[in-house]
Design a protein around this ligand. Structure first.
Ligand code: PBG
Length: 324
């Protein structure tokens, strides 16, 4: 009989002991802070479905990013909201586009901040899809050229990491080749390797004005019922040259994060997406849960599952809690 020799509660008897035996510890180093950048001056436009998150114009963005850096957050990821959209998403790969200018301004003001860019044309196309569209279908191979151009303009503006989130097949290889041929061998590719067709992206699509105007994204993003397929996606992206892989969303896919972590030997990131954020905020606003504790528990669970980096709208709130 094990009890009473083994008493699990012995290791829970004081804060000091708890600290000594804790297996997973969240740090500000784990956090990646997402930003939405738009045209204009002095713009700080709140996103109603994401309390605490705003769209910023360039001038406002730079001071926000400085704050993130001073809180100890090592990296940000940028999403652009252009003024003009068209069928080919041409603003996405305009060297003077909104994200390209944002990268430049951030790198000038806070050079130590690691700047990641989302590489996907859905915020820039008038139809809202992540690829070129012909007769109602999203085309794979013709989209690769646009994604490569987009990644290259980000890299030329000074981005440290490009993060393709489109889920077109072969895009990591296409981007790696374009970057290498242009002397950008050192740019990191963080691919959204296992990205599911999820309803949890709802609030983001309000923020980025990127809902598809027809159909949905199920012909390119993954089916939520599939798990082993995520490994095929991840292995393929690694073979094509991905340096870091992302699993997205995070909370409803902790099993996928765990499996990917077991199978690969490169860094694994997870995206704690807009809907996951908004659910916690909404419940906290009603006093149904303790928002701060739930936030920290959610982030810890994602790290415990195996992610060593977390893209999260909680980044600054969590950093403030961690710094206390
Ligand atoms: C595509 C992209 C999306 C998100 C990140 N990159 C939207 C989508 O696939 O519809 C969603 C992020 C979130 O919900 O927080 N550019």
């Amino acid at each position: 009989m094990v009890f009473p020799i083994h008493r699990s509660r012995r290791l829970r008897q004081s804060e000091g002991v708890l600290r000594m035996v804790r297996e997973t510890i969240l740090s500000t180093d784990d956090l990646i802070d997402p930003y939405f950048v738009c045209e204009g001056k002095g713009v700080r436009e709140k996103i109603s479905a994401m309390p605490g998150v705003s769209r910023f114009s360039l001038d406002a963005l730079v001071s926000e990013v400085k704050e993130s850096y001073s809180l100890g957050i090592p990296a940000i990821i940028l999403f652009g909201i252009p003024d003009k959209k068209d069928a080919r998403g041409s603003e996405a790969y305009n060297p003077k586009g909104i994200v390209q200018r944002a990268i430049h301004d951030i790198k000038s003001a806070v050079p130590e901040m690691v700047v990641i860019t989302d590489v996907c044309i859905d915020e820039y196309t008038d139809h809202g899809h992540c690829g070129l569209v012909e007769e109602g279908r999203v085309l794979n191979d013709p989209t690769l050229e646009l994604l490569s151009k987009m990644a290259l303009t980000h890299s030329e503006a000074g981005a440290d990491i490009v993060a393709p989130s489109d889920m077109m097949d072969g895009r990591v290889q296409a981007i790696r080749k374009t970057l290498d041929e242009s002397g950008h061998q050192d740019r990191i590719i963080m691919s959204y390797a296992a990205k599911y067709a999820s309803a949890f992206y709802g609030p983001f699509r309000e923020a980025a004005d990127s809902s598809p105007k027809f159909g949905d994204r199920r012909s390119y993003q993954m089916d939520p019922g599939n798990a082993s397929e995520s490994l095929r996606e991840v292995f393929q992206d690694i073979e094509e040259g991905a340096d870091i892989v992302i699993v997205k969303p995070a909370l409803p896919y902790l099993d996928i994060i765990h499996r990917v972590r077991q199978e690969v030997n490169i860094p694994v990131a997870a995206y704690n997406v807009s809907g996951e954020y908004s659910m916690v905020k909404a419940a906290a606003e009603r006093d149904w849960v303790d928002g701060e504790r739930v936030m920290m528990e959610v982030l810890l669970s994602i790290k415990r599952a195996g992610a060593q980096m977390i893209l999260t709208y909680f980044a600054r709130d969590a950093a403030r809690t961690l710094n206390r």
